[in-house]
Ligand binder design. Structure first.
Ligand code: PLP
Length: 415
């Protein structure tokens, strides 16, 4: 496996993580200590383009000055009250989120996994109390290759062996169908005990798979027909990433329930949210769900600024435009090499597929080479490399990054 030459300091810091931290990740051998906009710096002062954006949490760019200022101001004023009392930011932020995304109500949490857990609870509660599903019979339909987080309930709907093996027993009440298959969806939704259809509009973690045009629209129609809640997990695809505010907007779909996280705070703070109708949200009553940190003043202040930045800096339009240019460069590169078999994605959520076995280390080794040349990206599954820079990237920077990728790919020798 290819590694980069490391200084004593970065070695020491990597060893600390290895010695004292859980081995639940496999990081690229780069130790980062600073970020600004599209750039990251390691402890040796080497500068990189960030082509991961903390799995699309840093859409607004690293350490955005306006979000930084909001965070400092709020940290000096009020950080946490718990929900035992009202605070002067939560209501304001809830109104802001509902108007921004077009929903009646919002429930704020912290991590993406928690938002998905919240969505499952809401949909089940609605299923029993509004749809009339018999007690403990509710089913949520999920799809193959999904990624919604790492809790025991969420992995119960996962088809990824790495995520599930030896973590059982699993939670009941999920039915898994193929992604992008409306026939399978309709067959599943005919079961009157189905309360929700839970889906990502583009499967980011699985390797940036977009469904065929019309799938989401059809899914919405079917959910309506069978009185099922369309639960859209836009944690990775939302907030400008794909060149629309939400990836669902590419098909003009307004999900019954929207799940957000990551870029909701611009990467400053764990903030997630579930947005839905009064009918669904009001099925949960005091004492039935919550989190000490969910909806705290700091999260609220940061989220409002982070979302305002998306609009004020036209980051959605920029993602659409830069994404086109980037994919064009990658398509052009494909004409010069056999090492790339595919480029796919929307806006600035893209992936390239490397022409080698998914079990090979080629994609990893290429990412190490990217890093040596000043660009940070990581394989997602097997031979797929996700390429997702902050949305503040300029055209000149897109070309510079495409040049780096081209240079590495054209010089790469398969072992
Ligand atoms: N849902 C999707 C679509 C994601 O991409 C992720 C994270 O990558 C999650 C949920 C989980 O979010 P978190 O890691 O904040 O729990």
């Amino acid at each position: 496996m290819t590694t980069t030459t490391k200084t004593t300091q970065s070695h020491y810091l990597m060893e600390l993580e290895d010695r004292y931290g859980a081995h639940n990740y496999h990081p690229l051998p780069v130790v980062l200590s600073k970020g600004k906009g599209v750039f990251l710096w390691d402890v040796d002062g080497k500068k990189y383009y960030d082509f991961l954006s903390a799995y699309s949490a840093v859409n607004q760019g690293h350490c955005h000055p306006r979000i930084t200022q909001t965070m400092i101001d709020q940290a000096q004023t009020l950080t946490l009250t718990s929900r035992a009392f009202y605070n002067d930011k939560l209501g304001e932020c809830e109104k802001f989120l509902c108007e921004y995304f077009g929903y009646d109500k919002v429930l704020m949490m912290n991590s993406g996994a928690e938002a998905n857990e919240t969505a499952i609870k809401l949909v089940r509660k609605w299923g029993y109390e509004k749809k009339g599903i018999p007690t403990n019979q509710a089913v949520i339909v999920a799809v193959e290759r999904n990624f919604h987080g790492r809790t025991t309930t969420i992995i119960s709907a996962s088809t990824d062996k790495g995520a599930t093996n030896n973590f059982g027993p699993y939670m009941q009440g999920f039915q898994i169908i193929p992604y992008d298959d409306v026939t399978a969806l309709e067959a599943a939704l005919k079961n009157p005990n189905v309360a929700g259809f839970w889906v990502e509009p583009i499967q980011g973690e699985a390797g940036v798979y977009s469904p065929q045009e019309g799938y989401l629209k059809k899914a919405q129609e079917l959910c309506k027909k069978y009185n099922v809640i369309l639960m859209m997990d836009e944690i990775q695809t939302g907030i400008g990433r794909t060149g629309k505010l939400l990836a669902s907007d590419h098909e003009g779909v307004h999900p019954d329930l929207l799940i957000l996280g990551k870029a909701l705070s611009g990467g400053f703070y764990p903030v997630s949210a579930v947005l839905t109708s009064d009918e669904v949200m009001l099925t949960i009553r005091p004492g039935q769900h919550g989190s000490t940190f969910g909806g705290n003043p700091m999260a609220c202040a940061v989220a409002m600024t982070a979302l305002q930045v998306i609009k004020d800096e036209n980051l959605i339009e920029n993602a659409a435009k830069m994404g086109e240019i980037f994919r064009q460069r990658m398509r052009n590169l494909m004409t010069k090499t056999n090492l790339l078999t595919l480029v796919r994605g929307k806006g600035l959520l893209n992936a390239i597929v490397i022409n080698d076995s998914p079990d090979s280390e080629t994609a990893w080794n290429i990412c190490v080479k990217f890093a040596e040349n000043g660009l940070l990206a990581k394989p997602t599954h097997g031979n797929i490399i996700r390429l997702a820079p902050p949305l503040v990237i300029t055209e000149e920077q897109v070309h510079e990054c495409a040049d780096i990728i081209e240079k590495v790919i054209l010089n790469y020798k398969l072992g």
